[in-house]
Design a protein around this ligand. Sequence first.
Ligand SMILES: Cc1cc2nc3c(=O)[nH]c(=O)nc-3n(C[C@H](O)[C@H](O)[C@H](O)COP(=O)(O)OP(=O)(O)OC[C@H]3O[C@@H](n4cnc5c(N)ncnc54)[C@H](O)[C@@H]3O)c2cc1C
Length: 759
Amino acid sequence: MHYGHTLQFGTFVTPSNKAPEAVVALARHSESLGYDLVTFQDHPYQSAFLDTWTLMSWVAGQTERIHIAANVLNVPLRQPAVLGRSAASLDLLSGGRLAMALGAGAFWDGIAAMGGKRLEPAQAVDALDETIDIIRGMLDTSETLPLRYYGDHYRLKDVQRGPIPAHNIPIWLGALKPKMLRLIGQKADGWLPSYSYMKPGDLEKGSRIIDEAAVEAGRDPREIRRLLNISGQFAAQRGGFLNGTSQNWVDDLLPLVVEQGIGTFILMADDTKLMEQFAGEVVPALREAVNHEIPEPTLVAMRSSAARAKRREGIQYDSVPASLANSVIEPGDVQYGRVKSTYMRAGSPGIVIQPKNVDEVVEALTFARQHPNVALSVRSGGHGISGRSTNRNGIVIDLARLNKIEVLDEATRRVRIQPAARWMDVALALEPYGWALSSGDYGGVGVGGLATAGGVGWLVRDHGLTIDHLKAVEMVLADGSVVRASDDENPDLFWAVRGAGANFGIVVSFEFEVDEVGPVGWAQLVMDASRTASFLEGWGEAVETAPRDLTSFLIMGQPRGGQPMVAHVLSMVNSDQPEVIIDRIQRIADVAPLYDQSVVITSYANVMANASREDHDGQGEPSSRSGLIEHITREFAAAAERLIRSGAVYFFQIRSVGGAVSDVGADATAYAGRSANFSVAAIGANRERLNAQWDKDMAPHFNGVYLSFDSDQRPERIHDAFPPKTLSRLQDLKLKYDPQNVFRDNFNVAPQRVAEAAP
Ligand SMILES: Cc1cc2nc3c(=O)[nH]c(=O)nc-3n(C[C@H](O)[C@H](O)[C@H](O)COP(=O)(O)OP(=O)(O)OC[C@H]3O[C@@H](n4cnc5c(N)ncnc54)[C@H](O)[C@@H]3O)c2cc1C
């Protein structure tokens, strides 16, 4: 039987410690000859050999492409959880080039001499079985709980999993006996015997046992790659199996591929001539002969049954269009741990689709529409504070691959930006032109979420909201149509997108007119806020009365035991004139004594370069509240002090807004909170506690909310964010553009009239 695997070739290099550089040279030579894999035997009790794991790590650092494996690892002398961690680490460091080939153990005297436990053969297979479970558990970062394992041989309690490897590390077993073969069928990804240890018929017999065990375990036998260590010599005349000309070798190996399903041959040789002839003559001729015999490989890529077992109910995985097959990440896939959560929230979606282009976005949305009862999240940069760009058991359309930034026209400063671009990259791309786009304060935030909601950042008082620079969008609507919206095309949609975009479709590109912005003043002050209420009031007044070129944000939290209350005040002055910068910052510095200060002239891009590019690893549920306010009144400041000192919040922030934001009419865009001079936000650890205090003591002071800073899913927030006239218009447009309410999972404006929706 042929199992449909693409043909691969490897070498088997002796890890002799006599000439370590020669071992590494053979590995590098294998790579340069085009081999797919280099492998090393592992006998830790043998002083003649280098330690195999160390050697593999070194070789990984000395090569670029070739995959690396032991042949095979001596499991009894290697602790399984450490092995899992080591495997993930080496795979990550090598860019996804590790395979785990494991052995149950042999040479028990040597193992016992090294302090390993002497096991009977059956026990050794059971221990290997447990080792596989543990390695898989360590590599499974789709699970949120730490790894617990209670086996007969190994016990693990609450072990942190990970790191997430770069690719799905296959586990192959070196085996000949039935119990091991059955284990391969049940759990492994490959069988790696040596041909020289086999008797005629052993390959068929072994494969039969593996296949039966696989089927019994609910697996497809094609999931299991068949590898074979081979050795031989080249000669002018045929002298036996793998002893003769290159053509004789091809004739010997071809039936092993076609009839026995061998997918990988590993040449056991330290002889460069042999390696060269095999790579140069046998490999291409064998490939050609195989292609001739099996023109259509039956299998290109297959999701293992273990991965399929993690699929979620309610999602029709088999109806994912073939064109999206390479754009889908499922809970059983190795990349899942990188995409399941967002910056603020732990998620466990059933499927994450990462379209490569607009057509694929349409296809992904069509797939999502076939699941009307499954949660649908749209993700750009994954920084949504509400955390709705992930979900539990639902569908995520993750636009991560759509992150291009292009200048369309230098004369009019028109730029086109795709939704998953990060604001730090936007700032960096615009800097050489002497431009900037008013965005947020954090470089890691994505364009998609922010530019469909508002955009309150370091230039907001001088240059307004991000959406105020938007000239057009291209978006995929709920019915799958792709439309442009601007002042001239679908102007009603364009109005809605600027403030309530998440309810109307998936924006796949934004066109902005950006501003000329040169070097800026950037001040970071640590201020005495022990007289909290009067400090807040003083800061508010200083900001409100300052010219628009000053934008200032403050951050506070309850001080740790015995420490004074401080405020971190971060301010940008849109000027490169020292006297202007000093004048603006002095107004703030006069409010209270300073503990620390730093004032520099720098670029907007430098200020925005404040984020990492790590995968999101949000934990739990976000709990954030927010409100817009016109002035920091005495009463509000007192309420804010009570909130901060209560311990209900660990993060309290006030941002200045106003200025250019208020130049735009409240009904010019769906973002209606134009009269506010400040945006307030607080994050707490306990949602009920935060809500109780916020609703009672803080909410009465507000006149609107910027939803991007809130995580409260109660329907009242929609009414806070959108005054009746705005909401009514949004609901009419929702009826027009998304009557089935496909886009409903993030602060939903339902397609109905205001009167019906009122809480
Ligand atoms: C650390 C941090 C700092 C922040 N600083 C600021 C700030 O300074 N100023 C500010 O205004 N906001 C700020 N925010 C809030 C931020 O703007 C919003 O959370 C925004 O939604 C994040 O955008 P994203 O693309 O990264 O988010 P995502 O989590 O990817 O998306 C958030 C939501 O936006 C919608 N959405 C995303 N992409 C699209 C799209 N292409 N088309 C239609 N809808 C879409 C979806 O409903 C999604 O749930 C900050 C957030 C964080 C976590």
